[in-house]
Design a binder for this molecule. Structure first.
Ligand SMILES: [Zn+2]
Length: 193
């Protein structure tokens, strides 16, 4: 409910300037799906990520902090799950991979990924980088969302303050035919809140 009322304020065609990027942004209209049912298991990794992000994004935006967790396939029943979100800071979040309750050697590459939110800013303030994965160094894994996922060879899901759900597939998880066109991986918008 709070997310809906916040969105209504944001949709009032406010124009804000962002000190960190120097950009002036007109806010788009967004549709908020309130009360997405919280399930215990999902049919795909994408669905589990959607469930996790829909579950936490309202709280994340309200508190203006990031939350993070993992989505994974349990090899014992072939269903997909998410781990409980861990609270981070305004521009940082972390969940240890050991939160995944599957023995490490059963956790196949491509069967899991992390999810996190970007909590956003005070009402009326939009920062364009909050709508995107941070980058970092993809060779060392230092610093950004893409770097960590590329280095760790796992999918990365992001819920943004403007209600987008994005998926980052690092190059090693792309089909061979797509790798040359996407040398730094592929970002797709897979849904909206
Ligand atoms: Zn991020």
């Amino acid at each position: 409910m709070d997310l809906l009322s916040d969105a209504a304020v944001l949709n009032a065609e406010k124009i804000t300037s962002d000190a960190s990027t120097g950009q002036v942004i007109t806010l788009p209209e967004i549709t908020v799906v309130a009360d997405v049912p919280l399930k215990t298991k999902y049919p795909s990794l994408d669905d589990a990520a959607f469930g996790a992000l829909a579950h936490i994004i309202d709280k994340s935006i309200k508190e203006m902090v990031e939350y993070a967790g993992w989505v994974y396939k349990n090899p014992n029943d072939s269903n997909f799950y998410f781990t409980p979100p861990r609270k981070g800071k305004a521009d940082y979040s972390f969940a240890p991979k050991s939160d995944i309750p599957v023995t490490a050697n059963l956790l196949a590459i491509g069967s899991y990924g992390c999810y996190h939110t970007h909590g956003g800013r005070p009402k009326g303030v939009v920062v364009q980088t909050d709508e995107e994965f941070s980058i970092g160094n993809i060779f060392t894994g230092e610093g950004g969302d893409k770097a960590k996922a590329t280095y760790g060879k796992y999918f990365c899901y992001l819920g943004t303050p403007q209600g987008q759900i994005k998926k980052y597939t690092p190059i090693d998880l792309l089909p061979a035919t797509q790798q040359s066109q996407n040398p730094t991986g592929l970002v797709e918008t897979i849904g909206n809140f």
